[in-house]
Design a protein around this ligand. Structure first.
Ligand SMILES: [Zn+2]
Length: 113
């Protein structure tokens, strides 16, 4: 059963400072039959490993070192009540800023001046 669907903006940084990028991960949290919870990550619809794990964090395109992933904002997508499995609150995510869904105004285009 799906317990939570969220979008997490993750900043990936090379430990040597060569490279940095923010990526929005879609995170679906499932309850498994044994009573635990499994997070399923994807980017642009493509399944990925968790960026918070040593095997799942991308490599720096400059030096090949594992990047450091830091959660900078997140947004939970509301589910119908019958879909929620009632998992405990997620540790380490209480103080993360809301990932605002609103886009910037398109008028003016200061970036194209
Ligand atoms: Zn690097």
């Amino acid at each position: 059963m799906i317990d939570e669907v969220a979008i997490e903006r993750v900043r990936l940084s090379c430990p040597e400072g060569h490279w940095e990028q923010e990526v929005d991960y879609d995170v679906v949290r499932y309850g498994d039959p044994d009573g635990g919870w499994v997070d399923f990550y994807s980017v642009n619809g493509v399944p990925t490993m968790s960026p918070y794990t040593p095997d799942g964090t991308p490599l720096c395109p400059e030096c090949g070192r594992s990047t450091v992933a830091r959660l900078v904002a997140r947004r939970v997508i509301a589910l119908p009540a019958q879909e929620r499995a009632g998992a405990p609150a997620r540790a380490g995510r209480e103080d993360v800023p809301l990932l605002d869904a609103r886009s910037e105004p398109r008028t003016g285009r200061p970036d194209r001046a």
